[in-house]
Design a protein around this ligand. Structure first.
Ligand SMILES: NC(=O)c1ccc[n+]([C@@H]2O[C@H](COP(=O)([O-])OP(=O)(O)OC[C@H]3O[C@@H](n4cnc5c(N)ncnc54)[C@H](O)[C@@H]3O)[C@@H](O)[C@H]2O)c1
Length: 352
């Protein structure tokens, strides 16, 4: 057996990005791929020169597989993760960790019982610009944070929600919602990771431009534990699809960003704007495509870092850097927004 940590990827839509990321990560080796769809499975096994399984149980019986990356429909994550943990496999679970907070708890519990490490995926947390903003907030440079706003005005055609690999999207049972749970979960996680926990929400949602079950537009008010208030907007219905925007307003400074680009950085402690100019020239240039209108235009660089971290976590017997305990809060916030939209009431996060 190789000294490299053996990975398998299950679910070969986004999972193909995982395969490339495993191939790029030093110390990781792609042992196998798994998908119930042969039309996706066989090309992936060929392209990545690894074993192919249609049956998840058979994959779990493969002794060379030490880590399973779960990239199946979101409503299957906890169930498949619990099965893999019972088979002694470490896990990397795509976002959202699952669509129901209690199921994420059950998955974390299974990890503890079976002594396996479980990591989540929120690649935006590894973006150097986001890290820089978080550092500034944690150092108190923005002063008290008053306003926190996240907008994700994306666009998906109807056929995104149709066919073999589309029909689970925008459903309550498998996607746990629509534009908010599927696309918006990264924005929700980023807001809470940058600024802190959300205590309560008020939300509205509906179906505007697609034939789907759940929603393609949501709007919410957020009350943060640190006293800030904010707004969140997500859609997949509005042509042509603009970039994610995040603004954080504080008593001593404010930051504006658009997808990966910095658009504003004003701090009282940078009165002549020297730092502002440096950061705008470094983080203000467009570098890559975004997912605003193309679901596959996501960088897998963050995924590579997450794989590298899992290799180290397995070798060092430690938890991965993005634990499910922190990945869970975004799902709690989202389910609270849906609950508020249904009831018309402000909903406390973590009680539904
Ligand atoms: N991190 C990101 O930026 C990012 C981007 C896109 C998708 N995702 C996440 O990845 C997951 C998959 O999304 P997608 O868009 O690739 O969906 P998809 O439907 O294109 O792919 C899912 C795959 O899982 C397979 N599958 C379903 N049930 C299975 C089972 N029991 N055993 C084996 N294979 C099974 C399907 O055949 C399909 O090929 C979702 O949770 C989604 O939220 C994350």
């Amino acid at each position: 057996m190789s000294a490299d940590v053996g990975f398998a990827v299950v679910g070969l839509g986004m999972g193909r990005h995982h395969c490339r990321a495993v191939q790029m990560a030093p110390g990781a080796r792609l042992v196998a791929v798994c998908d119930v769809d042969e039309a996706r499975l066989q090309p992936a096994a060929r392209d990545f020169a690894c074993r192919a399984y249609t049956d998840f149980d058979a994959l779990l019986a493969d002794p060379e597989v030490q880590v399973v990356n779960i990239a199946t429909p979101s409503g299957l994550h906890a169930q498949m993760g619990i099965q893999a943990a019972a088979a002694g496999k470490h896990l990397i679970v795509e976002k959202p960790a699952d669509i129901v907070p209690a199921r994420i708890d059950a998955l974390m519990d299974a990890g503890r019982r079976h002594g396996v490490r479980i990591g989540g995926i929120f690649q935006s947390r590894l973006d150097p610009l986001n890290l820089r903003i978080r550092q500034a907030i944690q150092a108190g440079r923005l002063g008290s944070i008053y306003g926190v706003h996240g907008h994700l005005p994306w666009y998906r055609l109807q056929d995104y929600y149709e066919g073999t690999h589309g029909s689970w999207k925008g459903t309550w049972g498998m996607d746990g919602g629509g534009s908010l749970m599927n696309q918006g979960v990264h924005t929700v996680d980023l807001l809470q990771w940058l600024v802190g926990r959300v205590e309560s929400v008020m939300g509205m949602f509906g179906i505007f431009g697609h034939q789907i079950e759940a929603e393609d537009q949501t709007c919410a008010l957020l009350r943060f534990a640190n006293g800030a208030i904010g707004t969140l907007y997500t859609t997949t219905a509005c042509y042509p699809g603009y970039d994610q925007q995040i603004t954080i307003y504080g008593a001593r400074g404010s930051v504006l960003k658009q997808e990966g680009l910095l658009r504003g950085w004003k701090m009282m402690d940078d009165p002549d704007g020297t730092e502002e100019q440096e950061l705008l020239s470094f983080y203000g240039e467009k570098k890559a495509g975004t997912g605003s209108s193309d679901p596959m235009a996501v960088s897998f660089d963050g995924h590579t870092q997450i794989i590298c971290d899992m290799v180290a976590a397995v070798r060092e017997g430690r938890d991965p850097m993005i634990g499910l305990d922190s990945a869970r809060h975004a799902v709690e916030i989202i389910t609270a927004i849906y609950e508020s939209g249904r009831t018309g009431r402000e909903v406390k996060v973590g009680v539904n």
